[in-house]
Design a protein around this ligand. Structure first.
Ligand SMILES: [Fe+2]
Length: 277
């Protein structure tokens, strides 16, 4: 069986198109790091402003830029050395669509994850809209798309009850937490919220949001959950549910990651996040 079982659908690997990989050599290094972490399928998601879909000229220019970035990334992947006995990494494209307007037109398949009905979305400035944040999620779902909210744990104005996130779930939004969040890669607040989302059983997927710097962090996240006795959840979040997304299927429910389920070794992490024993 392939050792490259994991599927990652949030990264910035196309050279020179956003704040991710700056050039082809960094794209190549990033692909090698994914492989080293057991990721066999990468759907890369350059930043894309949703409002461009209402401005034909700018839209054409941005899509041309992304097409060129995609061609460069595929070339780099084709030149990469595949270790003996291993399959080549599978690459697909998507976008991380910024909801700077609540009603982007997602009819172009290049804006969706591997051309599926699923689309990765984020809100501007790491702030949720103060009122009716779910409006855009509802509107996208009504058009038949499956919005996946990127890194909900990172929003700075998330209340402790995470009520806005609850409404996303209620109205058909899916949740992708970043692999590095739980270990504090995005600060203590994001770590606490990631832990709460996992404890609530609300997280559908975990992907890297890898910007071609440092490590993707998927393997570390899996190891962290395994140490907490949550290997089943890690498998659902990084293998099973992303594979279902690629097959056009809804994610399976992910059982809550219980604070009590962790090993002695992992207890300090959970205790630190919740400020308990
Ligand atoms: Fe991202």
């Amino acid at each position: 069986m392939s050792t490259l079982r994991r599927i990652d659908f949030h990264s910035h690997l196309m050279p020179g198109v956003d704040d991710g990989a700056r050039d082809e050599s960094l794209s190549a290094a990033a692909l090698a790091r994914f492989r080293a972490e057991g990721v066999g399928h990468v759907i890369t998601t350059p930043h894309f402003l949703g409002s461009l879909t209402h401005m034909p000229d700018q839209l054409a220019a941005r899509l041309a830029e992304l097409d060129a970035g995609w061609a460069a990334l595929q070339r780099v992947a084709g030149e990469g050395v595949v270790p003996p006995g291993e399959e080549p990494l599978v690459l697909s494209r998507g976008a991380e669509v910024m909801l700077d307007v609540p009603d982007p037109d997602l009819s172009d398949a290049r804006l969706r994850l591997a051309g599926s009905a699923f689309v990765l979305v984020e809100f501007p400035g790491l702030q949720l809209p103060p009122l009716n944040a779910e409006y855009a999620i509802v509107a996208l779902a009504q058009q038949g798309w499956r919005p996946v909210v990127a890194h909900p744990e990172r929003y700075r104005n998330l209340d402790d009850g995470m009520s806005a996130i609850a409404r996303f779930k209620e109205f058909g939004g899916l949740l992708q937490v970043n692999a590095g969040s739980l270990s504090g890669g995005y600060g203590q607040r994001a770590a606490v919220h990631a832990a709460r989302l996992l404890a609530a059983g609300w997280v559908d997927y975990v992907s890297s949001d890898y910007h071609a710097r440092g490590e993707p962090g998927v393997a570390a996240f899996v190891a962290q959950l395994e140490a907490m006795g949550a290997g089943e959840q890690a498998e659902l979040l990084t293998v099973v549910n992303p594979a279902r997304l690629l097959a056009g299927e809804d994610p399976l429910p992910v059982p809550p990651v219980r604070a009590g389920g962790e090993s002695k070794q992992a207890r300090p992490l959970w205790a630190r996040l919740f400020g308990s024993r």
